[in-house]
Design a protein around this ligand. Structure first.
Ligand SMILES: Nc1ncnc2c1ncn2[C@@H]1O[C@H](COP(=O)(O)OP(=O)(O)O)[C@@H](O)[C@H]1O
Ligand SMILES: [Mg+2]
Length: 726
């Protein structure tokens, strides 16, 4: 393999038997097979009143074989006698799909829909893909239609109904629900899944639920996690810990002898080598994001195709968060059969982000390729920059990744880094998101829930004081909290939008600029993935198509043009195809827009537009953007580069921008850090507007010395003179 075999690690060794609650290795009650979970009679599904389908029984056989089934009785016992239970188990042991069903069985939910209120079971997922995929699977397992008894809820998409008893939802959505229903009264049991991920929302839910549990003795909490830091959860919640030993087969680990300079290239090469030299078994490759994954899929397919029938056929499937549900489901399809009978075996190759690390289990993986990177959020409170960075993973992540190779049989993991690097460079655990995020949104949410004393909030890992201070400061500049830290009326409305506070502010004030319709469209377009398609074989045509939408004043307005054109062309899929626009993304944007309109209506925020022929049409839109994003402004220095205002960070316009010149002042939507610092989605604004719209932020008495300050000083002088003349 061109890689020296270094050592053999049996992952079985990792499970510390002494700490495992005694396993009831005996049989389990087989009541489910007869369909009598809640008294529906043999063979009758009591949720629907219909006989179970053939498919139900087929899946049931597989389900009963999952490790959690062997501890079902024990789990139910611990569950019944405790308010909180911590459950840890290897990925693939059946936690996410089975435990919520066990819980449903245990709490005896009324089967008539109108009695189901306050009876629901919630199961949180950090990732939207997982919430969607798992709920579909569980609906299938329970032989019900998705959206009825089993549903899911992710930001901007609710697939549940009055009949729903089990809802998979992102942790962020449960947090939003807690804003209007602080005691989460519609739930009888809350399952916080993938707790080891330590996402921002899950961490906040930890602290929140601890309070809710004392106020609601009838509520139960199950915290589920992969085998990481379990004892930390146990002591934080002061609850019993139950372990489900997985059935992990030994995994051989290989390291490269030398560091790889291009991990993408190395990953593709390794996959092709596995396919040509290794025994049958599917491959899982970890990469960092959509573009890279699509690129790798194409290259692998092409390289294998070139080899002709010397090697077996491959099915290369991508997996990342913005993939459509139909594409996501492909990861569960079997490997392709050999082209000829007795020909070389086919192989499935899944190329995934770290979603496949613990969130989704793919059976049949025997080989894992781990380049050692993942996109991670990082936040620097000093310069207030939050960005997604491709960063080295932790040892714990590397361990999880290699474990994916040993789910169904002994496997191999190829780490595309040296053993020395693994030992010396990788940190033991990934830092919780709480410690590396901008907390403005979290603080706003907590304030809305009436939690004012953030310093004494029971965080599992408290954020840095500087980060909290930055969040409060930003909310204060936005007018969401007053100088005493109390939520203002504006802040209350802002908190109702499932958006970052700057965008919420822009929306809430947009009627004052007579352009809420347009700001809604822009916000919707900013809330969905990139809508421009750029196929490798038609890059020039795609760039030309994009240029046709280009607006000279900037990318936000270009997005608005795309949205308008899509609507003017009646959302026609053919039009999208011909113009290199991703129709699914536009559809999603339209859906987001409708939901935002509903929130606007709830607060009587006017829907209005400036006359399209007026010269103020675009000016008003750009001014409304300044009202929200005045903290994300960059100034063009005489040296030709941009400096972010106040923080003085050197940034470049992202190459994707559509401006035909470099304006003196720009407003931007996000920071992107690769080999240099970029600002992406930028629009040209005027210096006069920022001092007019956000004078409190552009107060020069606390402004660092820089070119922008001198320019602003002149503008202020001019402004004063003009107002005297009026
Ligand atoms: N959509 C699906 N299609 C087929 N199998 C699935 C699907 N979702 C989950 N499974 C299977 O269900 C099993 C249990 O998975 P899960 O409950 O997610 O485990 P855990 O949460 O412990 O990691 C795995 O073998 C997985 O492959
Ligand atoms: Mg799971």
């Amino acid at each position: 393999m061109g890689m020296e075999r270094k050592r053999k690690v049996s992952l079985l060794d990792v499970v510390d038997k002494s700490k495992i609650t005694k396993i009831n290795s005996g049989g389990f009650s087989s009541s489910v097979a007869s369909g009598s979970i809640i008294g529906g009679g043999p063979g009758i599904n009591s949720w629907t009143g219909r006989p179970y389908s053939q498919r139900y029984y087929e899946i049931l056989v597989k389900r009963r074989d999952l490790p959690v089934w062997h501890q079902k009785e024990e789990f139910l016992q611990v569950f019944k006698s405790n308010q909180t239970v911590i459950l840890v188990g290897e990925t693939g042991s059946g936690k996410t799909t089975q435990i919520p069903q066990f819980v449903l069985e245990a709490i005896d939910i009324k089967t008539t829909p109108n009695k189901r209120k306050k009876m629901m079971v919630a199961c949180t997922q950090p990732r939207r893909v997982a919430a969607m995929s798992v709920s579909r699977r569980v609906a299938e397992e329970m032989d019900v239609t998705i959206g009825e008894e089993v549903g899911y809820s992710i930001r901007f998409e609710d697939c549940s109904s009055a009949r729903t008893v089990l809802k998979y939802l992102t942790d962020g959505m449960l947090l939003r629900e807690a804003m209007t229903d602080p005691l989460l009264e519609r739930y009888k049991v809350i399952i916080l899944d993938e707790a080891h991920e330590r996402t921002l929302a899950t961490d906040v839910l930890f602290g929140l639920l601890k309070q809710v549990l004392t106020n609601r003795p009838d509520l139960k909490l199950v915290v589920m996690s992969a085998t990481l830091e379990a004892e930390k959860f146990q002591s934080y919640f002061d609850a019993p810990l139950m372990k489900v030993p997985g059935r992990l087969h030994p995994v051989e680990i290989f390291y490269t002898e030398e560091p790889e300079s291009d991990y993408l290239d190395a990953a593709i090469r390794t996959v092709v080598q596995i396919h040509t030299r290794e025994t049958p078994g599917d491959v899982l490759v970890f990469l960092t994001g959509e573009e890279e994954i699509e690129d790798a899929c194409r290259k692998i397919t092409k390289k294998v195709a070139k080899m002709g029938d010397k090697v077996g056929p491959v099915k290369v499937v991508p997996l990342y968060s913005s993939l459509s549900p139909a594409m996501q489901q492909k990861i569960f399809e079997p490997a392709p059969p050999p082209v000829k009978e007795s020909g070389p075996a086919g192989r499935k190759i899944v190329v995934s982000t770290n979603i496949a690390e613990t969130s989704l289990t793919i059976d049949g993986i025997v080989y894992v390729v781990d380049p050692g990177f993942a996109k991670q959020k990082v936040y620097n409170p000093r310069v207030r920059v939050e960005s997604l960075l491709v960063s080295p993973i932790s040892k714990a992540s590397a361990h999880q990744r290699s474990g994916r190779a040993g789910r169904t049989q002994p496997g191999k993991c190829f780490r595309l880094y040296t053993e020395k690097s693994f030992r010396n460079d990788l940190q033991p655990q990934t830092y919780p998101e709480m410690l590396r995020s901008n907390l403005a949104n979290t603080v706003l949410t907590l304030k809305k829930m009436g939690i004012n004393d953030l310093v004494h909030f029971d965080f599992m890992d408290a954020p840095a004081p500087e980060t909290l201070m930055r969040a409060l400061e930003a909310l204060n500049y936005l007018g969401a909290i007053d100088d005493d830290g109390n939520l203002t009326k504006l802040g209350e409305i802002m908190s109702e939008f499932p958006l970052d506070p700057q965008m919420s502010k822009m929306l809430v004030v947009s009627p004052e600029f007579n352009c809420s319709n347009e700001i809604l469209s822009i916000s919707a377009m900013l809330s969905v993935p990139n809508c421009f398609v750029r196929p490798r074989e038609a890059q020039k045509a795609a760039d030309e198509a994009k240029a046709r939408f280009g607006h000279i004043d900037g990318d936000h307005l270009t997005l608005l043009n795309v949205y308008h054109a899509y609507k003017q062309n009646n959302e026609d899929p053919l039009w999208c195809y011909e113009n290199f626009i991703n129709q699914r993304v536009l559809k999603a944007a339209d859906n987001v827009r409708q939901q935002l309109v509903r929130i606007m209506a709830r607060f009587n925020l006017r829907l209005c537009s400036t006359d399209f022929n007026s010269r103020d049409y675009y000016i008003n839109i750009r001014k409304a953007m300044v009202a929200g994003y005045f903290m994300q402004v960059a100034h063009l220095e005489r040296t030709g580069h941009y400096l972010t205002v106040k923080d003085n960070q050197v940034v470049h316009l992202h190459p994707s921008n559509c401006l035909d010149h470099k304006p003196e002042w720009v407003i931007y939507n996000e920071d992107v850090q690769t080999n240099s610092n970029y600002i992406r989605t930028v629009t040209y604004i005027c210096g006069e507007w920022i001092i007019d719209i956000a004078p409190h932020y552009y107060d020069l008495t606390n402004f660092p010395l820089c070119e922008a300050k001198r320019v602003l000083e002149k503008l202020y002088k001019k402004w004063k003179k003009e107002s005297r003349n009026c």
